[in-house]
Design a protein around this ligand. Structure first.
Ligand SMILES: [Zn+2]
Ligand SMILES: [Zn+2]
Length: 348
């Protein structure tokens, strides 16, 4: 089959790889209908994150149709149109039962193969899904496949970010980074009742998406977000800051924007080895810091009815769709944020 594979620094290839096949009794094979390129795919692309094998199939966001199941798969059936979180889940361990499915004891991240071990990704014609019954879910009636794809990662992650921020209607909030996850955090915060959400970025079309999502955009090239937030909050700062980038700078901004006693909720994938703020700064702010990988499996089915009913209008973040063979060009476009690119889907 054809797939987009990792080829080194700022390089992916459209190439032929082995067809996925059933390896374990609980595996399913999904024929991919659409696959997303995610901001976190850019970490290995820029070698900020090391250890991904050359030739590994990229991507952890996909939807499609089940074409084959292993002998122990009981719930998921051939012909099901399914969506999927970005990690596999056993559904039985302590973490799965507690709803922290992103830390499943048997969980594996799609699109990460290091030293020959791991799971191939979804930017391909087909993908092997282990633990299929507890990882996959059937796309509900009234939810489009593109919405379902977003629910498997960025929509869930953004909503999780907002929930971790402890939203209440009277609060004042900031979102740092208006990529797809940041936009989803704004939508999530609004859905949870937030009336005042400020959105910080520098890219005009992303700030426009933030405005459409219900936030007050702040372009930090022309406006100081710290001044703007402090002005809006009687000199205090934001009750919570939702950080959706995962860089040193975005963390630095978060600690400067949050008020004493406030929360920084961080879902940007981190590759740094040091904190951008000191223990003393955290102490002096009585800071609550919440961070980590979204348990997307626990969120996607819970959020699907909101998406179906139009309460969470998530489709707007998709800016481009390319056939799979144009994957390398799609990566460049997404990486360079050209042509007002926010979210790219590849269709095999
Ligand atoms: Zn993703
Ligand atoms: Zn588990």
């Amino acid at each position: 089959m054809k797939a987009i594979t990792f080829a080194g620094f700022r390089d992916v290839e459209y190439t032929s790889v082995d067809d996925p096949r059933i390896e374990q009794p609980l595996d399913a094979i999904v024929r991919v209908a659409a696959a997303g390129i995610c901001g976190s795919d850019l970490h290995p692309y820029h070698e900020r994150e090391e250890g991904l094998d050359f030739g590994a199939v990229m991507g952890h966001e996909f939807v499609g149709e089940v074409v084959e199941v292993g002998p122990e798969v009981a719930k998921i059936k051939v012909g099901d149109h399914v969506y999927c979180p970005f990690t596999t889940n056993c559904g039985e361990c302590y973490y799965c039962r507690a709803g922290l499915t992103s830390r499943c004891e048997r969980g594996q991240l799609f699109g990460w193969v290091g030293m020959g071990e791991g799971l191939q990704g979804g930017q391909a014609e087909a993908v092997r899904v282990p633990l299929a019954d507890s990882t996959l879910a059937v796309v509900p009636e009234g939810v489009t496949r593109e919405q379902a794809l977003l629910l498997g990662d960025v929509a869930a992650t953004g909503y999780f970010c907002a929930e971790q921020a402890g939203i209440h209607p009277e609060g004042l909030y900031a979102v740092i980074g208006c990529g797809p996850v940041g936009i989803m955090a704004i939508l999530g915060a609004r859905h949870l009742g937030a009336e005042m959400v400020y959105a910080v970025d520098t890219v005009p079309e992303r700030l426009e998406l933030a405005r459409l999502a219900g936030a007050v955009p702040i372009d930090f090239r022309s406006e100081d977000p710290v001044l703007a937030l402090h002005e809006a909050a009687e000199g205090r700062g934001a009750d919570a800051v939702m950080e959706a980038v995962g860089s040193f700078e975005s963390h630095r901004s978060a600690i400067e924007l949050v008020r004493p006693g406030g929360t920084v909720s961080s879902v940007g994938v981190h590759t740094e080895t040091e904190f951008a703020f000191t223990p003393a700064e955290a102490y002096d702010k009585n800071l609550t810091y919440r961070v980590g990988r979204c348990p997307a499996r626990a969120y996607m089915e819970r959020l699907a009815p909101f998406v179906r009913d139009g309460e969470l209008a998530i489709d707007g973040v998709i800016s481009h769709r390319f056939p799979l063979e144009q994957g390398p060009e799609a990566y460049r476009l997404f990486d360079e944020k050209r042509d007002q690119c926010t979210k790219v889907l590849l269709t095999p």
